[in-house]
Design a protein around this ligand. Structure first.
Ligand code: AMP
Length: 170
């Protein structure tokens, strides 16, 4: 199945000059969604994963599905002020702007094997910030897993030393 057919390019969204990769057509097709879920799971080598960390908000689509199949917990990373308990936070640069992300301080135990998942790896700022937070909490990152990688933005350079696996490359 050609999953790229289900990724829609939206020009100048949310800002001029950005080609936004819209994954809602993929989510809206059950076969595409199932195939993407299977293929994302198949990118993960046979290692132990305790927790899957997914980024707000599009990391919440496939992150919990992967966690369930890995028999791991799912941990949401959220925008500031959304998580109710004690958090650690990290500022980061986006392809379009800057922001801060937060994770619950008690969500990861020292030595937990953590898989990071998001829909798109663009410049790598988001994933790099999440890796820092996870490591501050004592987690060991086993893979950074993405549905889409925008190769031309070279986000991999921000994630040197980590295993990176992306299903679709543009
Ligand atoms: P970055 O920090 O630059 O790697 O950006 C990654 C985050 O921004 C992900 O959570 C994506 O959902 C979102 N993102 C960045 N660029 C795009 C894009 N061109 N299309 C869709 N989402 C994007």
């Amino acid at each position: 199945m050609e999953l790229k057919k289900y990724i829609r390019d939206v020009v100048d969204f949310p800002n001029k000059g950005i080609i936004f990769k819209d994954i809602t057509p993929l989510l809206n097709n059950s076969e595409a969604m199932q195939t993407a879920s299977d293929e994302l799971f198949n990118l993960i080598p046979n290692f132990k994963v305790d927790k899957v960390v997914g980024m707000e908000s599009r990391g919440f689509f496939f992150g919990p599905l992967l966690a369930a199949r890995l028999t791991a917990g799912f941990i949401p990373v959220r925008k500031p002020g959304k998580l109710p308990c004690e958090v650690v936070s990290e500022a980061y640069a986006l392809e379009y702007g800057t922001d801060t992300l937060e994770i619950h301080a008690d969500s990861i135990k020292k030595g937990d094997k953590v898989l990071i998942h998001d829909d798109v790896l663009a410049t790598g700022g988001t994933a790099s910030a999440v890796c820092k937070m996870v490591e501050r909490l004592g987690g060991e990152i086993v893979q950074c897993n993405f549905l889409i990688e925008l190769d031309f933005l070279q986000g991999k350079n921000q994630l040197k030393g980590y295993n990176i696996a992306s299903l679709l490359h543009f």
